[in-house]
Design a protein around this ligand. Structure first.
Ligand code: AMP
Ligand code: TRP
Length: 333
């Protein structure tokens, strides 16, 4: 069945292997399936829910776009744009904010993590962030939303908002209830320094992640230094219990070589760690280095990137504006 796909990535710098495996790699696979209609958004309105330096934000919007293109998202096949160029997102978000309930938002774990101890000082934007995300998705009638595991709760909120709106305004099926598309095995790539923490842009240690712009030497060095334990390579999946670092490295290898973790375990069961790490570094370099070089090349051509975004936003605007107009009519404006 043809799917309408929508997903977004925040332009907050340091795009890493977790973003690639958990999200962007999936975007490319979905784009290349017949009949899928894909929209990929650089969610700059989401980025400003925490303080951003304006100059850096502009660079990061271009860098994220370059990462999409370098990874294989094609503007001829998919709509690529940045959120702030399409005012319908903000408009729709306000209306949906009047449908969403405080009680629902109070349960969002990402807000609790990001706001930390001093919730009073968090921006209102950070709190209502999931409502804007719901607007992103619902304005395009997206049926499927590819994201990493951490976004599952936000997706459920989008579904709740869609259903409540349809019910409250007696408009059955006005909003689609979108399905999350979460990779079963590789939805959470973990830090290279601590297998219990997810790989993240904001981790102060650069050794914890492989950035999409790392050089070959940096990649090899980071994998060499990645945390392991003193036991042998596992011989089957049951031996992965309580070995999160090893499981993570095996997952990275499996995802990048498009095989399941069972096959990877078999492939390396009688090898030692240094042999495994050498082959892991090879495959990460093989996949990530060309992307890295292409990002750096594209980024220099700011006009080219800006044109892609402007062009994409015109296509997105056509869809989203129409939906917001219908939405306004339904609420009585
Ligand atoms: P963000 O950069 O936070 O906007 O995330 C962009 C996409 O990458 C989202 O779909 C996230 O779920 C996904 N993502 C972020 N970090 C990871 C990770 N460590 N493992 C897997 N997916 C991730
Ligand atoms: N909240 C998502 C993240 O941090 C980014 C995002 C914004 C998104 N709007 C979206 C993802 C709509 C999917 C669909 O990763």
């Amino acid at each position: 069945m043809a799917k309408k796909i929508f997903s977004g990535v925040q332009p907050t710098g340091n795009l890493h292997l977790g973003n690639y495996i958990g999200a962007i790699k999936n975007f490319v696979d979905l784009q290349n399936k017949k009949d899928n209609q894909c929209i990929f958004c650089v969610v700059d309105l989401h980025a400003i829910t925490v303080r951003q330096d304006p100059k850096e934000l502009k660079n990061n919007i271009r860098e994220t776009t370059a990462a999409f293109l370098a990874s294989g998202i094609e503007p001829e096949k998919s709509i690529i744009f940045n959120q702030s160029l399409v005012p319908a997102h903000s408009e729709g978000s306000w209306i949906l904010g009047c449908v969403a309930r405080m009680g629902w938002l109070n349960r969002m774990t990402q807000f609790k993590e990001k706001a930390g101890k001093d919730k009073e000082k968090a921006s209102i934007g950070l709190y209502i962030y999931p409502v804007l995300m719901a607007a992103d998705i619902l304005l395009y009638d997206a049926t499927h939303v590819p994201v990493g595991e951490d976004q599952k709760q936000h997706l459920e909120l989008s579904r709740d908002i869609a259903q409540k709106f349809n019910l409250d305004f007696k408009s059955p099926n006005f909003f689609q209830t979108p399905e999350p598309l979460i990779q079963k095995n590789f939805a959470r790539i973990m830090s290279l320094k601590d297998g219990k923490k997810k790989m993240s842009k904001s981790d102060p240690s650069d050794l914890s992640r492989i950035n999409l712009k790392d050089t070959k030497d940096e990649i090899v060095n980071k994998i060499k230094k990645a945390k392991t334990d003193n036991e042998d390579m596992p011989t089957d999946e049951s031996k992965l219990n309580n070995r999160p670092e090893i499981e993570n490295l095996l997952s990275i290898y499996s995802s990048l070589s498009n095989q399941n973790i069972k096959n990877t375990i078999e492939q390396f069961s009688n090898k030692n760690f240094s042999e495994f790490k050498a082959q892991l570094a090879d495959i990460v370099v093989e996949i990530i280095s060309p992307i890295s070089e292409e990002i750096k090349r594209l980024e220099k051509d700011t006009q080219f990137i800006d044109d892609i975004l402007l062009n994409g936003s015109q296509k997105a605007e056509k869809i989203a504006k129409l939906k917001v107009e219908k939405l306004k009519k339904i609420v009585g404006f």
